[in-house]
Design a protein around this ligand. Structure first.
Ligand code: SAH
Ligand code: SF4
Length: 399
């Protein structure tokens, strides 16, 4: 399957690309909240009286029309546009490579400041399209089944780098509206899931500010109901998510006893299953129309027994959590210590959940021919570095 998938990389050798340097240390306007943008404009010469209106205008150019050049902001005076361009820039992560899977899934590798790289995945589906966004380079948590967790390097993405992933995808999908065109409600990029690399609740402020921008009605204007934040169970961040972001919630549950969850999702040693369930039970937004997604990766012989399925239902019922259970066939990665449960086992597990009255969709594996599936994401930096070392060693240059 991997061999004959039509893969179309923009570039193959990430090492030879020149790194784009920030132009003369300009201030990036992307990722600032409206208040921050206002203060920044005032600090650099915009009269205070005009600042609110200017923020509104610039905001629309950036987030509604997708413009990156001040010269195109035609409702601003020419001299003011020039003044802005001297101090500010509108900058998003640079696309280093782009792979298209045979099922239409697109995987982008984007480069952020410092030369780090993160992956972004676009998944087209019938009537909608979901962008899987990263919140960190790597992850400080070490879930034993997750490829990202094996990466040592960790850095939080800025709000600009997070919302920039959405802007990058709209560029690639050519989805910025044209002035005067009728409003198209059937968007290619209609949903966001914070399920890429990293633990979003360990980078809370940046994730929140980026999602606020994505939801702002005078810009990308995605409904909060079309944004899902996935966490491994950072309990104190759960209530904050409801209060400060208001999006939907997904939990990487993955095990039904503390003994097993301690191994699969080690953050369980800090906040155990019972504490997690209590936090979910009091998630204010949860209702039958806004159910909490329980993500459950199916690992052969580890967490996939009938008893596990019954215990899972019991946990959810005991706490009266409006829930749906998303079963994820484990995606193997080189060196992964687990195997995917058989299709029959997954179906039997799903059936028990369904019989108990809960939706139990089995997640379709998307883009696994390009390693874009859940848990396969890992920056190419590390791999590339290794191969450079190998190349140098072979050439007798030492390391
Ligand atoms: N850190 C957050 C969000 C990113 S992970 C979290 O853990 O929730 C996104 C989802 O992919 C999580 O449910 C995660 O458990 C799952 N996942 C990780 N590795 C996987 C793998 N190898 N196969 C299938 N799903 C995996
Ligand atoms: Fe981090 Fe989520 Fe992977 Fe766990 S599953 S290591 S929290 S990215």
């Amino acid at each position: 399957m991997t061999a004959d998938a039509p893969i179309t990389p923009i570039t193959q050798d990430v090492l030879t690309l020149p790194r784009k340097m920030p132009e003369g240390g300009k201030i990036n306007l992307v990722g600032l909240t409206r208040d921050e943008m206002r203060n920044t404009l005032i600090a650099h010469g915009t009269p205070e009286k005009q600042a609110k209106m200017r923020v509104g205008q610039i905001w629309q150019w950036i987030y509604q029309w997708g413009k990156r050049d001040f010269a195109e902001m035609t409702n601003l005076a020419k001299a003011y546009r020039a003044q802005l361009a001297e101090t500010f820039e509108i900058s998003i992560p640079e696309v280093v490579s782009r792979l298209v899977s045979e099922d239409g899934t697109r995987k982008y590798l984007v480069r952020i400041a410092g030369g780090h790289e993160v992956e972004v995945v676009y998944i087209p589906e019938e009537g909608r399209g979901t962008l899987c966004v990263s919140s960190q380079v790597g992850c400080t948590l070490t879930c034993s089944f997750c490829h990202t967790g094996t990466q040592k390097l960790v850095r939080n993405l800025t709000a600009a780098e997070i919302v920039g992933q959405i802007m990058m995808a709209r560029d690639d999908l050519e989805e910025w509206p044209v002035p005067g065109a009728p409003k198209d409600e059937t968007r290619l990029l209609s949903n966001i899931v914070l399920m890429g690399m990293g633990e979003p609740l360990y980078n809370f402020e940046n994730v929140r500010d980026a999602m606020k921008i994505a939801m702002d009605p005078e810009g990308i204007s995605l409904s909060r109901r079309r944004i899902t934040l996935s966490t491994s169970g950072v309990v104190p961040g759960i209530a904050r998510t409801a209060e400060e972001i208001g999006c939907l919630l997904a939990i990487s549950f993955h095990a039904t006893t503390d003994e097993t969850r301690d191994v699969l999702v080690p953050i369980n040693k800090r906040w155990n299953i019972e504490e997690l369930l209590q936090a979910l039970a009091s998630y204010p937004n949860a209702s039958n129309s806004e159910r909490i997604t329980f993500e459950y990766v199916m690992l052969d012989g580890v967490n996939d027994s009938d008893e596990d399925a019954h215990r899972l239902i019991d946990h959810i019922k005991r706490h009266k959590i409006p829930a749906k259970i998303n079963l994820i066939p484990f995606n193997e990665w080189p060196g992964s210590p687990y195997k995917r449960s058989s299709n029959n086992r997954i179906r039997a597990f799903a059936n028990i959940i369904y019989q108990a009255g809960y939706a139990s969709p089995i997640r379709k594996t998307r883009g696994d021919d390009i390693m874009a599936a859940c848990g396969q994401l890992k920056s190419a930096t590390e791999r590339a570095r290794k191969s450079r070392k190998q190349i140098e060693a072979e050439a007798g240059l030492g390391g």
